[in-house]
Design a protein. Structure first.
Length: 320
């Protein structure tokens, strides 16, 4: 018998005596279970052949009657405890309405990709000398890039499945700077306010935001004039998402936005850029001065040329 354990705690989770399947690229193990009387969970065959077989002619056991405590067999056999599903808020790039429309088109994989935080940022302003932000990466290890205004500050490794506290303190070089003077002299159309904290995420993971502690000092979101007024919308395949970059800030989308002084909104769909009508309709709600479209590679061999042409034309009409 094979036992499956939690890699973080070592706790026993289930065994191969139960039927199981995997989902989401083997990231989730799905184990069906049944409600059974607590005192009659039955025997588990661990290789003894018919050692637990009832003698021929033995009566079948009667179903549970009366006030019998019922339990889930998988939970009881492995002494599992119910816990809440993943805590906090997941950073996603497409609203639920668009995700449901994508599912309706038969493209479940696209929804999975849309829930990855490629280019998502947590942004806030606070004068606190210390700020702790708690996040957790799900699926694979990842990197959070920290910026103070438009300037890169540091990278933080996010081990998969572990809550990470990102501690933010004003960089030494800014302690001797007059931030108000820097802010007054910056081009507000193409740069971030120098006192704006930005935590940038991306690349093949899910990320949950768990909370922020500024130790009594107010925290607020940025104002319109504290972020670049020029907006850039990007849509495409894994190249657009930043695949193979050392971290998201080195992706072509982010680099382009930095060079152009734009605020980037990455809507790349790794392996799933199918130009659905619902996606195009969603993009039409954006007020973006720039738009980059990297289309076609995910649709080769799956769509006829005329269908691809039709979808591209509809997309261009919506983002024009």
């Amino acid at each position: 018998m094979r036992i499956f354990k939690d890699v973080l705690t070592g706790d026993e989770m289930t065994s191969d005596t139960f039927e199981m399947t995997t989902e989401y690229e083997d990231a989730i193990l799905k184990v069906p279970s049944k409600n059974r009387p607590k005192d009659d969970l039955g025997d588990v065959d661990i290789g003894c052949g018919d050692a637990f077989t009832k003698p021929e002619g033995a009566a079948e056991e009667a179903p549970a009657q009366g006030n019998v405590e019922m339990v889930l067999d998988v939970v009881a056999n492995h002494d599992l405890k119910q816990v809440n599903m993943l805590p906090g808020l997941r950073l996603v790039r497409f609203p639920k309405k668009v995700q449901e429309a994508i599912i309706g088109s038969g493209h479940q994989h696209g929804v999975y990709r849309s829930m990855r935080p490629d280019g998502c940022e947590l942004r806030f302003v606070s004068s606190s000398e210390r700020i702790d932000v708690e996040v957790m990466a799900i699926g694979e290890d990842s990197i959070a890039s920290v910026f103070y205004g438009s300037r890169f500050h540091k990278n933080i490794v996010l081990p998969a499945g572990k809550i990470v506290t990102i501690t933010l303190k004003i960089p030494d070089q800014f302690k001797i700077s007059d931030l108000k003077k820097l802010d007054a002299n910056r081009d507000k159309s193409s740069s971030f306010a120098p006192y704006l904290w930005r935590l940038q995420f991306g690349l093949q993971v899910f990320v949950h935001y768990l909370g922020i502690n500024s130790y009594g000092v107010p925290v607020r979101p940025p104002k319109d004039d504290e972020v670049p007024s020029v907006k850039m919308l990007s849509y495409g395949s894994s190249i657009t998402c930043g695949m193979c970059a050392t971290c998201y800030m080195n992706s072509y989308v982010n680099k382009t936005a930095v060079y152009l002084g734009a605020d980037s909104f990455n809507k790349g769909m790794s392996g799933s850029c199918f130009i659905e009508g619902a996606t195009a309709d969603y993009f039409s709600t954006f007020k973006a001065e720039l738009c980059t479209l990297e289309l076609g590679i995910n649709m080769c061999g799956l769509f006829e040329v005329e269908e691809f042409k039709s979808r591209v034309e509809y997309l261009l009409k919506k983002v024009h």
